[in-house]
Design a protein around this ligand. Structure first.
Ligand SMILES: Cc1ncc(COP(=O)(O)O)c(C=O)c1O
Length: 402
């Protein structure tokens, strides 16, 4: 079937989005793995830890006790109570159960929030580099993305003045992600608060993606939602995936004004309905149980970050900001572009995969042309082996073209 015919079959909205830019790399990595090649895989954005035992036990108990039926679409009152209590204890927020919806993953909570807030032609302000999915989710809703470039030399800092310059009368929302996927940058809390206040004053919504909030190495976790007087225009998008090593469970939530949360629940009622009942029980255990596992994993991520950054120092030409959160490094590879045939980071990532057997994600997926993203949520051995392979390959590239 020709592309033209296929285009007619499908809706405009599905044609406005692309499959994830990382799919091609992932598919090729899987193909190589299947042939028995051992890859150093820095591609996947997920913890390498097991889900803590108390969380698994809660799900098993739920199943054994027959807690396997539909629940309220927005999640049981118990899971929502547990989520709002955790957020209140950590960030001083005062959400009620009606201001919380539990969803099948943080990505769905974000997708639904954008679908209920963003109409055709509405503008959404998005700092660069950005997490891959925002752009497509906004475009699926018919929205227009207004990019705000940040500077690597300033640790990808995003200020209220930068956001304000991108705002017009069509601005409906601003998305902030701190700690950032892909750069690991952590926003200054004063910058987040200034943006929240600016948005509130203009009647614009701030979507706070708190997926990595608990993986903040700069200190205690922080939230822009702590500015409670602006809560009318703040929507928190949370995920248990990274905090508790629960990526496969699909557990996320949104906190926000009742009108927005009710609309998200309505949309959820016509699509996924409730998140899996036993996952809700497991999530209660996660957020109400001991948080020592979170601190332990964070301490490990800091060690792994330091290890990979030390490794990078042995690769001439590779420079990297020091990430203050999440589990990604975002090195600048401009010194190697144009050498050995790779002009873009997408081409360089393909070469690193095929020739050095190292999986990285090209910066083009996140809106920048000179970086690659590596997830260091892997073992120390993978870091050592992967960095050594990268180093050998990049040095070889530099030598061949000099
Ligand atoms: C920045 C960011 N937000 C949201 C998500 C969604 O997480 P999940 O759908 O697993 O809860 C991810 C996952 O990679 C992410 O990196």
């Amino acid at each position: 079937m020709s592309t033209a015919t296929a285009t007619k079959i499908l809706t405009d909205r599905i044609n406005r989005i692309e499959v994830s830019a990382t799919m091609a790399i992932t598919a090729e990595a899987l193909r190589l793995k299947a042939t028995g090649i051992k890859l150093a895989d820095f591609g996947a954005g997920e913890p390498h830890f097991e889900t803590p035992q108390n969380i698994k036990d809660a799900a098993i108990e739920a199943i054994q006790k027959g807690f396997t039926r539909y629940t309220a679409v927005a999640g049981t009152p118990d899971v929502r109570k547990a989520i709002v209590a955790r957020h209140a204890a950590d960030f001083g927020t005062d959400y009620t159960v009606d201001e919380c919806v539990f969803s099948t993953g943080g990505k769905l909570a974000l997708f639904n929030a954008i679908q209920v807030l963003v109409d055709h032609g509405d503008e959404v302000v998005l700092p660069v580099p950005y997490w891959v999915s925002y752009k497509d989710i906004i475009q699926y809703a018919g929205g227009v993305v207004k990019y705000v470039e940040s500077r690597e030399e300033e640790n990808f800092r995003v200020t209220a003045a930068m956001i304000e310059r991108a705002m017009t009368e069509k601005t409906k929302a601003i998305i902030l992600c701190s700690p950032s996927n892909p750069s690991g940058a952590v926003m200054e809390q004063s910058d987040v608060e200034a943006i929240v206040r600016l948005a509130h004053a203009r009647g614009v919504y701030v979507l706070l993606d708190e997926c990595y909030a608990y993986l903040n190495f700069a200190g205690s976790p922080v939230s822009g939602a702590s500015v409670t007087e602006c809560k009318e225009h703040v929507v928190v998008l949370g995920s248990l995936s990274k905090t508790y090593a629960m990526t496969g469970w699909r557990a996320g939530f949104a906190l926000g004004p009742k009108v927005v949360i009710s609309a998200i629940s309505k949309l959820q009622s016509q699509s996924t309905s409730n998140a899996a009942s036993m996952v809700q029980k497991a999530s209660i255990a996660a957020v109400t149980g001991s948080q020592a596992c979170v601190a332990e994993m964070k301490a490990d991520y800091i060690r792994l970050r330091d290890r990979i950054l030390e490794g990078f120092k042995t690769i001439p030409g590779l420079t990297c900001t020091v990430p203050q959160g999440a589990f990604y490094v975002y090195p600048n590879v401009s010194a190697f572009l144009g050498k050995g045939g790779a002009k873009t980071t997408t081409e360089l990532a393909a070469k690193l995969l095929n020739e050095a057997h190292v999986v990285v994600v090209p910066g083009e997926a996140f809106g920048t042309a000179e970086h690659i993203r590596l997830s260091y949520a892997v073992s120390a051995e993978v870091i050592d082996e992967g960095v050594a392979r990268m180093g050998r390959y990049l040095k070889q590239l530099s030598a061949a073209s000099s």
